[in-house]
Design a protein around this ligand. Structure first.
Ligand code: FAD
Length: 409
């Protein structure tokens, strides 16, 4: 039976950073990464942005050049799906039944795209946007002449894909079930601004719109039927309605968790010597008043990976990293710092009509998050403000875009 000192499940952002951080911290034992994907670690954010647009080839979205892993003595087995964890024997089982022993296991499985549950959901031409294969399939359809797209879901991924497709001059309809886009992650000011931008770029954006079925002919998509009976004809459907954490084998092995897998401040699961990081790890977040949440961001995957590498190297430090995120749509650069969960007030710095402004989220008079549109200065200084865990601030100064946020420190 094969064995490694540290086995990492998942070759995405979290898994890759965990291996890198272990080596940087001087870990000399064997490291084995197991990934069900067929490509070495690559960045996911460009999949709905520059990669889909054809502006960045695959080589430019790889997390490290292919040779890096071998140079660092990091073994990688691709096309290897872990189906079972045996926490007593300290072994994982692969899809082919082979077993691999570990001293420490890091689970960085991310998530699987949530699928539609309506009729027609598995017709050819219905795409998720989670991995390279998904986006390659969309690009292949574009190459074959597909021009009419329906995007289901007005979260970041759906909106980014819609923006790229509009830039490619496709006809795009975006369907959102809720009364506004980005409803789960942003306040109304940002949602309304983003909606107006997309409409100005020719997107047919429909809110509070429910999908009844995907229609097809000879196994291929021909349209999307809405609950009011209208059928929107299309060549392809892109579904961006969230993910389901990929933690089945861990939960089956007895790890605690209901929305993903539960981890403590050192990213330890309830199984001995098993850590979990990234999109699948439910943790009490200090920037959300210790609410137990999962974060789906590169920041969270990387910072959790660093926390685990330190813990394995005997330098235990609790996970305490300010959440941040970004999104690009058309020429808009959106940067987010902090978490707006349970905000009770918002302030807008600057005029949205100028296409450069920030939304500040407050709770009990204290800033807890910033959404900055084409406003990197506010983003950088807003991060510092949040990291300083500042209390109540002068709201008139905060609302004045002429006052740099650093002056509030
Ligand atoms: P992943 O990177 O998803 O890696 C998980 C890996 O584990 C996958 O390779 C998967 O195949 C593998 N795996 C799962 N189960 C098993 C198993 N049983 N056996 C073997 N392997 C397994 N974040 C941002 O901060 N900014 C952005 O702009 C942004 N844009 C995004 C755009 C898109 C299209 C997507 C999909 C995500 C975006 N994200 C963005 C989110 C970000 O990419 C994720 O938060 C990040 O990838 C999480 O890292 P992870 O390691 O937890 O999971």
């Amino acid at each position: 039976m094969d064995k490694a000192d540290v086995v990492i499940v998942g070759t995405g952002h979290g898994g890759a950073q965990a291996a890198i951080a272990l080596r940087l911290a001087g870990h000399e034992g064997s490291i084995l990464m197991l990934g069900r994907d067929s490509e070495p670690p690559y960045e996911r954010p460009p999949l709905s942005k520059e990669y889909l647009a054809g502006d960045k080839p695959f080589e430019r979205i790889m997390i490290r050049p292919a040779q890096f892993w071998a140079d660092k003595g990091i073994a990688m087995r691709l096309g290897a799906m872990v189906t079972e964890v045996d926490p007593i024997a300290h072994e994982v089982v692969l899809h082919d039944g082979s077993r691999i022993g570990y001293r420490k296991l890091i689970w960085a499985g991310g998530g699987d795209p949530r699928r539609l549950s309506c009729p027609g959901a598995s017709l050819k031409g219905v795409h998720a946007v989670r991995d390279k294969r998904d986006v390659d399939a969309i690009m292949a359809q574009l190459d074959e002449g597909a021009r009419r797209f329906v995007v289901i879901g007005g979260g970041y991924i759906g909106l980014e894909a819609a923006a790229v497709l509009r830039k490619l001059d496709c006809e795009v309809t975006l369907l959102e079930a809720l009364p506004r886009v980005l409803a789960r992650v942003a306040g109304e000011e940002l949602s309304r601004f983003i909606e107006a931008e997309h409409r100005a770029h020719g997107l047919d954006l429909r809110l509070e719109t429910a999908v009844e079925a995907i229609e097809g002919d000879s196994g291929k998509v021909t349209g999307v039927r809405l609950s009011d009976g209208e059928v929107i004809p299309c060549d392809a459907v892109i579904v961006g309605i969230g993910i389901v954490p990929a933690v089945g084998p861990l939960i089956a092995a007895g790890a605690a968790g209901s929305n993903g897998v539960d981890v403590d401040i050192y990213c330890r699961t309830t199984l001995d010597d098993v850590f979990a990081i990234g999109d699948c790890a439910a943790h009490a977040n200090p920037f959300a008043d210790q609410a137990v949440i999962r974060l789906e961001s590169v920041q969270n995957a990387n910072d959790m990976a660093n926390t685990v590498a330190r813990a394995i190297m005997g330098d235990k430090q609790p996970y305490h990293a300010l959440p941040w995120f970004w999104s690009n749509q058309y020429d808009l650069k959106l940067q987010t710092a902090g978490l707006s969960i349970d905000y009770d007030q918002t302030l807008v710095r600057g005029d949205p009509a100028s296409r450069k402004f920030s939304v500040v989220y407050l709770k009990e008079g204290k800033p807890i998050a910033f959404d900055c549109v084409n406003n990197t200065r506010d983003y950088v200084q807003g991060r510092k403000l949040l990291e300083s865990e500042i209390g109540e601030v002068d709201l008139d100064l905060l609302a004045d875009p002429e006052v740099p946020l650093k002056d509030l420190l």
